[in-house]
Design a protein. Structure first.
Length: 319
């Protein structure tokens, strides 16, 4: 098992995507008639959550099809841990969302909701948002510019002019725990972030490039450092809008001085090496990635547990 734990937060889904049903031309009719069918409503990048009553656990509001609006898009999501229940995404527009639930607090984004939802509901939200984002960006054929129509239960689009099929794609990106010979962790501050926010170095995989080569290239480009001993640790979807984050560990190459780390000045403005003690002492003055990110999962795997002040941290009970 990886030191980080079983899997990153968004990779713990308990969903059977039931892909064989997507080819059934009557799938939506059967879904609408099934009393065990449930619909997840998405508006923009937010999903409808259930109203909490008497301390009930946070959950998505999952409606029977008869109680849900038709929406501008529907897509079959699959089955959950109870195979009798099936799930579907329906995307609604502004007017419909306001009619369904005018209270803005009942429409939550994935980052805010995922820390409060169980694994099934988090997995459904991730899958639904990734699909909704793909459809929103592919209304027109990239080859001829004609309009496209959703087919295969929302898992493809067909060009209305030449019938070419388009399928959802995911952009792979590497994200890396870089350590030196003293096992210090390298963190960087991105030019687009607020001050004092630090995270792992990351970047998209280029065409024709292996994941390991992408790790080496990105660290050299962003920090001017050579790394080796690249090891894969885990992955999770990141539907903002359509990425798959692939986590790695890498060590500075022999003979490389950690002090030669130099930010590229474009994407990365500051680089800092942290021991575990230094990271704990900086807690409160340094902002780390959110709890749902694979970056946080990887950092806490290196750290040995949740990153908190030393006097409160279980990671310091003898380390």
């Amino acid at each position: 098992m990886n030191d980080e734990g079983p899997t990153p937060p968004f990779a713990r889904a308990v969903i059977d995507r039931d892909a064989e049903r997507r080819a059934d031309p009557a799938i939506f009719d059967a879904f609408d008639a099934d009393p065990a069918s449930r619909v997840l409503l998405v508006h923009g990048d937010r999903a409808l959550v259930a109203e909490q009553v008497d301390g009930s656990a946070p959950a998505l509001e999952l409606r029977h099809p008869a109680d849900a609006p038709a929406g501008v898009l529907r897509a079959y999501l699959g089955r959950g841990d109870d195979p009798a229940l099936t799930y579907e995404l329906r995307v609604v527009d502004d007017e419909t969302a306001a009619a369904v639930e005018p209270e803005a607090a009942r429409w939550l984004g994935l980052r805010a909701a995922a820390t409060r939802l169980d694994e099934l509901h988090t997995g459904l939200f991730v899958e639904a948002l990734a699909l909704a984002n793909w459809h929103a960006a592919h209304g027109f054929c990239p080859r001829c510019g004609a309009t496209t129509t959703p087919v295969q239960a929302g898992w493809a689009r067909r060009c209305d002019q030449d019938a070419a099929m388009l399928f959802p794609r995911t952009d792979p990106a590497v994200i890396v725990v870089v350590t030196d010979d003293d096992d210090r962790l390298l963190l960087g501050s991105n030019a687009l972030w607020e001050q004092r926010r630090f995270s792992l170095l990351a970047g998209f995989v280029e065409p024709g490039e292996s994941l390991e080569d992408a790790v080496v290239r990105e660290i050299h480009e962003e920090a001017g450092l050579a790394v080796d001993r690249v090891e894969y640790r885990g992955s999770q979807p990141w539907p903002f809008p359509a990425s798959l984050m692939l986590g790695f560990h890498a060590r500075l190459a022999p003979g490389v001085d950690p002090a030669t780390a130099k930010p590229d000045g474009e994407e990365i403005l500051e680089l800092r090496w942290f021991s575990r003690e230094e990271l704990a002492e900086s807690w409160g003055g340094v902002t780390l990635p959110g709890e749902t990110s694979i970056a946080r999962w990887l950092i806490e795997g290196w750290y040995g547990g949740p990153v908190v002040a030393p006097e409160r941290s279980p990671a310091w009970s003898g380390s």
